[in-house]
Design a protein. Structure first.
Length: 294
């Protein structure tokens, strides 16, 4: 089995929105800090779960439809728990998953019959759930920390408060998120990079990677790329990865029809300086004689 790598591409961060001298840059930031309107969307940082909770239902749909930000905690993506239970839509992703699991339990054979009966007794029907919740929407809408910081730092579209309702500045958010997740600064650089290029990055732990990249969003088509983040510290030797690790990872990505990207993040001495980060991308593909003939 042979391996094929593409040309390395190194791009500094963040993506420049305007050029010029440092003085002009400072004046522009000062202007926008004074005259830019305050964000209307407000969220609460829930440290125990490492997410930002959006309270106002009126902004949930707008956030999700204007960039595929966030997800419902009772849904796979779009917060549709209440609508699913009212309409009992059997074609929703969640219903398809539940039905698939039921078929697996029925086809298990052996002594699974009694366990299946117990499981069915513990499963509430949609009508029972609606009665218990008084037909109210109990689903919460969550932003992961990368989405939340991008909305605060890059788009100025979100205000974040602590659990005691103290308004957090950009520096406060950065410090608290880095404290909550020691690799936040590395992964956020990657998230910011791909978001700025028009991709929609989402959590990729389901496939054993850090991010998956959607061209338009999860509602339109499956992700095209799977991204592994590899931090490169200036005063440390890069951690070695074995060929077996890479082959296993690429095999998984191939099975789910995703192209694997090894994303090396060059970390500066001062991790708070986003201007000094840079990224090197390597696309890894399995070379097949049948598919790659000239």
């Amino acid at each position: 089995m042979s391996k094929s790598f593409n040309k390395k591409v190194t791009i500094p961060l963040p993506v420049s929105l305007y050029g010029g001298s440092k003085l002009l840059h400072g004046l522009i930031r000062l202007y926008y800090s004074v005259f830019l309107p305050q964000p209307k969307i407000t969220g609460t940082f829930m440290e125990f779960g490492r997410f930002v909770w959006i309270h106002d239902q009126t902004w949930i749909t707008k956030l999700h439809q204007s960039g595929s930000f966030g997800k419902g905690d009772l849904s796979r993506s779009d917060p549709t728990w209440l609508d699913r239970n009212i309409q009992q839509n059997k074609e929703s992703l969640e219903e398809i998953t539940i039905e698939r699991r039921r078929r697996r339990r029925r086809g298990g054979g052996g002594g699974g019959g009694r366990n299946q009966e117990v499981d069915n007794e513990n499963i509430l029907k949609p009508e029972q759930l609606l009665v218990l919740t008084n037909y109210s929407n109990v689903e919460t809408f969550q932003l992961d920390l990368y989405e939340a910081f991008f909305l605060v730092y890059a788009l100025n579209s979100l205000r974040i408060k602590s659990t005691n309702q103290k308004l957090l500045s950009i520096n406060d958010c950065w410090s608290m998120f880095c404290k909550s997740n020691r690799l936040f600064h590395v992964n956020y650089v990657v998230y910011h990079f791909y978001r700025s290029l028009g991709w929609v990055p989402k959590n990729g732990s389901k496939f054993g990677v850090d991010f998956v990249l959607y061209e338009s969003g999860p509602a339109f088509k499956h992700a095209d790329f799977a991204v592994i983040v590899l931090p490169l510290y200036p005063d440390k030797i890069e951690e070695r990865k074995s060929w077996l690790w890479l082959l296993r990872l690429n095999r998984i990505c191939t099975q789910v029809k995703k192209t694997l990207i090894l994303c090396h993040v060059h970390i500066p001495h001062n991790i708070d300086s986003l201007n000094d980060y840079s990224i090197t991308q390597v696309i890894y593909k399995r070379w097949s004689p049948q598919k790659n003939r000239e």
